[in-house]
Design a protein around this ligand. Structure first.
Ligand SMILES: Cc1ncc(C[n+]2csc(CCOP(=O)(O)OP(=O)(O)O)c2C)c(N)n1
Length: 796
């Protein structure tokens, strides 16, 4: 029993002994998990861990749920599910405590390498090289998040992927990813979090699409302190959802109610519901009522502040473990002596897990600490004041009351400050540098793929554009591309509002649903949040979704899962999960407050962890799609609304050419000023530049092509060295993406060393543009403004 309960039972459930063994095993699991919760809280109160949130009160429900969680299934849950994880054999007590201590060693906290709070679980979906694992034969946990209900959009996608696999004969050969779509997504959520729009949108989407989603609502009556009467219509999520209930001849969801203390009842109902979901792809919701929370919400406060004494007494009386114990004794499944022995055993087991985890956490710290102390002690100083400072630093580190690496780093830094020029401090300086690098690997890596699936490892293939290549409208280039893409890559799917039947509002997919099938190119409801969630779930399961957000302005509706889930995923799982979604959208330069958007600053600031592509035309867009599809990183591609009807030459190698990300292109050479921009604005810039050139001003125009990554080879700096003048232009608000580009070139590339006149940004106004061509002209940078700004710079 090195890590957690590891009992072999289940050998014979049909016999009485088999049944008895299973019940007693489950009781032992429940009390072990409870002990972990109790000890966990103490670890916070004694200062060894910073925060704790536990699954006490939900033990039986989760043990029952785990019985039906099969290899191939997925869980999208939240921070209450430790017992489910223990019962599924996917987490141990040691690992649980390691995460509590924020142990950055992936071997100790295999869920997040200390990057996530306790109870935020995950299992790998890709190997070290980014290849998809045999997910169909493993139990899969998608990485948990703290924002309430944030698991819902992804849960829809995970379940939807089963539908893709079941309905797509061309995917049969991917038997490492699915067995005929038999996989169910187990989704857990607290009752109060069902108040979030995410929950309701997800239930509706699942009910419409008929996907194998099993939602378990842990109803303990509160969202921290706010009771469900203020959270949920009728104070009951199952009552509120009545209209979603599936009846003969309709779509919808099956709804069950169970009690959290009724172990046999839950086993029976969960089995029936999960089987339906698995076989018929009908979503199910289990409203698990009368859940208790013995230790309150988290270690941040005590529930005595908001629960009345009668409620607290009720929670003690109806504690699920107490009820199971009574039932075992009443039904003579086990004796009092047996149960007492189990209870003692659970205490010891949990304590051992905690102790081992703490020891493992401390091990590298102790070694570093000893080394630092010996290095500082070896410093030879002549004055007693410095000696005194160094001695004090050693003493303080000896105690390291915080048990953090930062104390070790700070001690060394202060020692170096005390004797900066002393030659004997050199080893301290060296070790400081060494630990800086070591810690950077632990704490600052893997925002993106760093292995073979990194987009930086993808070879550039230039487009082959024959001299006499025919010209097409931009949308026709995309349309031809998507056609060959869907003929060649069986894993690609495309969907969104109006993407299926009419082939998107700009005809990129026109005629392609008819050719490649409704399973691959399809319409969705107007629900950007779960469109993104659909893509996330599919991508986590090895598919390559291209999810469309109809206009860039509506990305805000789908931004939460992109910023919280997708963008953080690779980092928060220490590279163990990849989610290569492609969000396709179109924007910039239309008209009106909600059709003209170019909120690129918002996007680049919220989507670090994704790539942000801003192609100036559709050939460039195709090259970017090709690059992205070869890697494993997620991305957003913002196509230019005014580019669909521009004439472009069709490359002969549509499916093969790639546009490297992070590499700007100089689209017009010049010697007097560097003009840095992207997307639609480039066409306005051309207009201004034509006039300036007639006046004898030689302009160099640089298309950055991608905002994330940004100019990795410092091509813009090379231009600036030549022109010594630079202006950054875009349609975002002042201080948005143009300011970001400015900062990158001035600070990161040391561009300030090469300027003759003050560098500038020229952006849209702070307000969104009013409607109509004049709203656009006066709200966004126009050619006249650009020409004037450049003339001023030239004359300075
Ligand atoms: C979007 C968001 N809002 C607020 C919070 C703060 N918060 C954390 S848990 C919680 C209550 C959740 O209650 P419930 O869904 O019933 O789950 P429980 O914790 O009771 O299991 C709140 C408000 C959060 N994490 N995320």
């Amino acid at each position: 029993m090195e890590q957690t309960l590891n009992l072999s039972f289940k050998d014979d459930m049909l016999s009485y002994d088999g049944f008895r063994n299973e019940v007693l095993h489950d009781y032992r699991m429940a009390i072990f998990s409870r002990e972990v919760s109790l000890l966990g809280r103490r670890e916070v109160l004694t200062g060894k861990a910073k925060f704790g949130i536990f699954g006490d009160g939900k033990e039986l429900a989760q043990i029952a749920m785990a019985k039906f969680f099969k290899p191939g299934d997925f869980r999208a849950g939240y921070y209450r599910d430790q017992t489910f994880m223990f019962a599924s054999g996917l987490a141990s007590g040691d690992q649980f405590f390691a995460q509590m201590y924020a142990d950055p060693d992936i071997k100790n906290d295999p869920f997040s390498a200390g990057r996530q709070m306790v109870s935020h679980f995950a299992t790998r979906n890709v190997d070290e090289n980014g290849n998809w694992l045999d997910l169909a034969n493993r139990k899969n946990i998608t990485s948990d998040m703290a924002p309430t209900a944030s698991q819902m959009p992804r849960a829809v996608g995970l379940a939807f992927a089963s539908k893709c696999f079941r309905n797509s004969p061309h995917l049969r050969r991917y038997d490492n990813l699915s067995h005929n779509g038999n996989e169910v997504c187990f989704c857990t959520i607290g009752d109060a979090s069902t108040s979030e729009g995410h929950f309701l949108e997800a239930v509706n989407a699942a009910g419409v699409m008929q996907v194998p989603l099993a939602i378990f609502v842990w109803d303990d009556g509160y969202g921290i302190s706010v009771p469900k009467s203020q959270q949920t219509t009728k104070g009951s999520i199952s009552a509120a959802l009545k209209g979603f209930q599936k009846i003969d001849g309709t779509n919808g969801i099956h709804i069950y109610k169970v009690k959290a203390w009724d172990y046999p009842g839950m086993c029976e109902v969960f089995e029936e519901g999960i089987q339906k979901a698995r076989e018929t792809h009908t979503p199910v919701l289990f409203h698990v009522e009368e859940v208790t929370q013995p230790q309150g919400h988290s270690t941040s406060g005590s529930h005595e502040r908001y629960k009345k004494p009668e409620r607290l007494q009720w929670e003690r009386d109806w504690d699920c473990i107490k009820k199971m114990r009574e039932w075992i004794l009443e039904a003579a499944i086990g004796s009092e002596e047996e149960l007492v022995a189990f209870e003692q055993e659970a205490k010891i087991l949990a304590r051992d897990c905690k102790d081992r985890a703490w020891e493992s956490y401390l091990k590298p710290l102790n070694l570093q600490q000893e080394k630092v102390i010996s290095l500082i002690k070896a410093v030879v100083v002549k004055d007693s004041e410095t000696q005194n400072t160094l001695d004090k630093l050693c003493n303080s580190l000896q105690q390291n009351p915080e048990h953090f690496r930062r104390h070790i780093m700070r001690t060394m830094a202060l020692a170096i400050d005390a004797a900066p020029n002393n030659p004997t401090i050199e080893p301290v300086k060296q070790y400081y540098q060494y630990l800086l690098q070591t810690n950077a690997k632990l704490f600052n890596t893997l925002l993106y793929n760093e292995g073979p699936k990194s987009i930086f490892k993808i070879e550039e293939v230039k487009p082959l554009i024959p001299f006499d290549a025919p010209q097409f409208n931009g949308y026709e280039i995309l349309n031809k591309y998507f056609d060959v893409l869907f003929s060649n890559n069986p894993l690609v799917f495309a969907f969104g509002e109006d993407v299926g039947m009419i082939g998107d509002v700009n005809q990129g997919f026109a005629g392609l649903q008819q050719k490649h099938g409704e399973n691959r190119i399809f319409d969705t409801g107007i629900r950007e949040l779960t469109i993104v969630g659909q893509a996330i779930g599919m991508a986590l399961r090895g598919l390559r979704p291209i999810a469309e957000i109809q206009y860039l302005d509506y990305l805000v509706y789908g931004l939460q899962p992109l910023t919280d889930d997708v963008a953080t995923l690779h980092f928060r799982t220490y590279g163990q999960q990849s989610c290569p979604v492609i969000i396709r959208t179109r924007g910039h330069r239309l008209e009106g407050i909600w059709h003209s958007g170019s909120p690129m600053g918002m996007i680049i600031n919220s989507l670090r962890g994704m790539h942000v592509c801003v192609p100036r035309n559709m050939v460039q867009a195709v090259g970017m799609y090709n690059t992205l599809l070869k890697g494993n990183d997620p991305a957003i591609v913002v196509e230019c609304l005014n580019g669909y009807r521009l004439k472009e030459k069709m490359p002969a190698n549509l499916l093969d050419f790639t546009v490297p990300l992070g590499v700007p292109e100089i689209i017009k050479e010049g010697t007097d000023i560097s003009i840095v921009s992207y997307g639609s604005t480039l066409r306005i810039i051309y207009d201004a530049v034509e006039r300036l050139e007639r006046e004898g001003v030689s302009c160099e125009i640089i298309d950055v092509q991608t905002l994330l990554p940004f100019d990795i080879h410092h091509i813009i700096l090379q231009s600036l060295k030549k022109t010594n003048r630079i202006i950054f232009i875009d349609e975002d608000v002042p201080g948005g993406a143009a300011a970001y580009m400015y900062n990158k070139v001035m600070e990161e590339q040391d561009g300030y060393k090469w300027i003759d006149v003050a560098p500038r940004t020229l952006t849209g106004k702070a307000h969104r543009p009013g409607y109509g061509s004049d709203g656009d002209y006066f709200g966004k940078p126009n050619a006249e403004e650009i020409a004037t700004a450049i003339r001023t710079m030239i004359n300075e």
